[in-house]
Design a protein around this ligand. Structure first.
Ligand SMILES: NC(=O)c1ccc[n+]([C@@H]2O[C@H](COP(=O)([O-])OP(=O)(O)OC[C@H]3O[C@@H](n4cnc5c(N)ncnc54)[C@H](OP(=O)(O)O)[C@@H]3O)[C@@H](O)[C@H]2O)c1
Length: 257
């Protein structure tokens, strides 16, 4: 029987490419997305078993649906990828509070809820690997995405702490920190009128996913997801002050009108 992987946000972008990488390495995939398009993952990824789950992670019923799909398999969970997430661009002064609270729910609270299930399962198995997609935004203040960045910093720090705890259970935890990546992400975040809105200069999601999955199986604590230029940018960020990083980030995230 193939090993089994759970991937959230598997219907598009980085998550779809992570699912493809895992399938190429022989994993059956429980593929989670909130819209109908998750059903098309079975056509995009062939050669392994795909179990599409349309579920909203921000609703308790959504988490329940994902978990009962896993439990109905009656087998171990070998890999869990907590990847789904979104952003919202604009000045905090102007942005909609409800949209921000929804993002906090999706990017942080729902991740913690699903992680609780995953961690207890893998600890009981005394085996497994967890990949958490955060962002290079975890390394910098993120003006004009001022709530998004802290959600990624939360998940990065969570991953690092969990990694140490889970050593006792033979479970590895790896954080993937993508640089800007050419997906629907910035469009969904209403950032078309920013430099982030232009996908032409960004990393390919396939590269980001490959780096993440390689790091997962190498048991690394984290990996920067992106090209050589992105890797250098991450190094540079570690030497800059928060003030400098905030000014630099704003040049890319500030709306043009
Ligand atoms: N793209 C970037 O520049 C970038 C950079 C750094 C980090 N990241 C991180 O990478 C991760 C994936 O982003 P992406 O670029 O691949 O974005 P994306 O192309 O917009 O894909 C987002 C995925 O999340 C799913 N999703 C959204 N809301 C959901 C919900 N409520 N419940 C369940 N699934 C939901 C979407 O499925 P449906 O649309 O079907 O709901 C989709 O599969 C995020 O955590 C993001 O923070 C992205």
């Amino acid at each position: 029987m193939n090993p089994l992987a759970l991937v959230t946000g598997a219907s598009a972008g980085i998550g779809l490419k992570i699912a493809q990488e895992l399938a190429e390495r022989g994993h059956d995939i429980i593929a989670v997305g909130s819209s109908e398009r998750v059903s098309s993952v079975s056509e995009k990824i062939t050669g392994v078993q795909i179990y599409p789950v349309q579920a909203d992670l921000t609703a308790d019923e959504g988490i329940e649906k994902i978990w009962s799909t896993f439990e109905s398999q009656g087998r171990n969970l070998d890999v869990a990828v907590l990847n789904a997430g979104k952003s919202l661009g604009g000045s905090f002064h102007d942005t909609d509070l409800d949209e921000e609270l929804y993002m906090l729910n999706l990017n942080v609270i729902s991740q913690v809820k699903l992680a609780k299930r995953v961690v207890r399962q893998l600890a009981q198995q005394r085996d497994g690997r967890i990949l958490i997609t955060t962002s290079m935004s975890a390394l910098t203040p993120t003006p004009f995405e001022s709530i998004y960045g802290p959600t990624r910093a939360f998940m990065y720090s969570f991953a690092q702490g969990l990694r140490e705890e889970m050593k006792d259970y033979n479970v590895s935890v790896t954080a993937l920190l993508p640089g800007a990546t050419a997906t629907d992400f910035h469009h969904t975040a209403k950032m078309d009128n920013t430099k982030f809105g232009d996908n032409s200069w960004k990393n390919e999601p396939a590269l980001v996913a490959k780096l993440g999955v390689d790091a997962l199986f190498a048991g690394k604590d984290h990996v920067i997801g992106g090209s050589e230029a992105t890797q250098k940018d991450a190094q540079r960020k570690r030497t800059m002050s928060d003030i400098e990083k905030a000014e630099e980030f704003a040049r890319t995230s500030r709306p043009s009108k």
